[in-house]
Design a binder for this molecule. Structure first.
Ligand code: B1M
Length: 212
């Protein structure tokens, strides 16, 4: 049986129980955790990302697939730590201060995790200070900010200025997104990247890693 292919397919169907069962069996059959991750879970999630971007599937399907991904990751994570498989990069993410919208941010987080990034999620309504201290504490490659309100999107530039003041701006790439954000706005506030959707966010995050 081709476990990894079946895992990728079960993940795309959003069948969390099946993903869990197949990951367990694959581990018993001594497939490497790296292979299960890359050729099973991440491959499945990449396909979900492409379909979402092409409007072939919608938010509910992505969320269900992400839940299946988590079911597999729960079993795989301890083995990955044991075998020393590294994440491809580290992202700290949050929705800016005053903003409680977190559905888009959660989607971006899930897609990044699906692509092999370690993601530290600060949640919603995140203060400037909290973003800055998270960069100090976790040393991420990328800081991701989401905003859904025209009033709160202004807080993104405050975070970037605070990173500059703390002498951290050169140490982390900043990417932004959310319905009212545009490429022009991202450039204006000095962000390194803007992504219109969660699948593009993964592509852009990969690109930002190469620019570090
Ligand atoms: Co609010 N809300 N809301 N709301 N809400 C909007 C955003 C609004 C457009 C509705 C409207 O008036 N038509 C409007 C904003 C107007 C504006 O500022 N221009 C609005 C308003 C006004 C408000 C309140 C002020 C309403 C009130 O109380 N009077 C209030 C504010 C609360 C607050 O935040 N302080 C409020 C509250 C809420 C709820 C709590 C009820 C709920 C949020 C629940 C939650 O998130 N847990 C809610 C919701 C659900 C919406 C709508 C209906 C849907 C937002 C959403 O989740 N979209 C929204 C109207 C709409 O969009 N139709 C609306 C789906 C999500 C997947 O898309 O977040 O854009 P999105 O994320 C995308 C991309 O933008 C991108 O990828 C995602 C996936 O493709 N992306 C990134 C997002 N973050 C990214 C980060 C990246 C990269 C890409 O890099 C880091």
């Amino acid at each position: 049986m081709t476990y990894t292919k079946d895992i990728a397919e079960a993940l795309q169907r959003g069948d969390a129980d099946k993903v869990g069962e197949l990951v367990r069996l694959a581990l018993i059959e001594e497939l490497s955790p790296k292979e299960i991750l890359e050729n099973g879970l991440i491959r499945g999630m990449n396909i979900i990302g492409i379909k979402f971007k092409n409007n072939e599937i919608y938010i509910p399907e992505v969320l269900i697939a992400a839940r299946a991904m988590h079911a597999g990751m729960e079993l795989l994570r301890p083995k990955l730590v044991e075998t020393g498989v590294k994440n491809i990069g580290k992202v700290v993410i949050g929705t800016v201060k005053g903003d409680l919208h977190d559905i888009g941010k959660n989607l971006v987080k899930m897609m990044l995790e699906g692509a092999g990034f370690e993601v530290i999620d600060l949640g919603a309504d995140v203060s400037v200070e909290k973003f800055v201290s998270a960069v100090k504490e976790y040393h991420p490659d990328i800081l991701g900010m989401s905003a859904l309100l025209t009033t709160t999107m202004l807080n993104m530039s405050e975070v970037i200025e605070a990173l500059q003041t703390a002498d951290l701006r050169g140490k982390v790439k900043v990417m932004v997104g959310g319905a009212p954000i545009t490429k022009h706005y991202a450039e204006q506030i000095g962000a390194d990247g803007y992504s219109p959707d969660a699948a593009t966010a993964v592509e852009d995050a990969r690109l930002l890693l190469t620019l570090k």
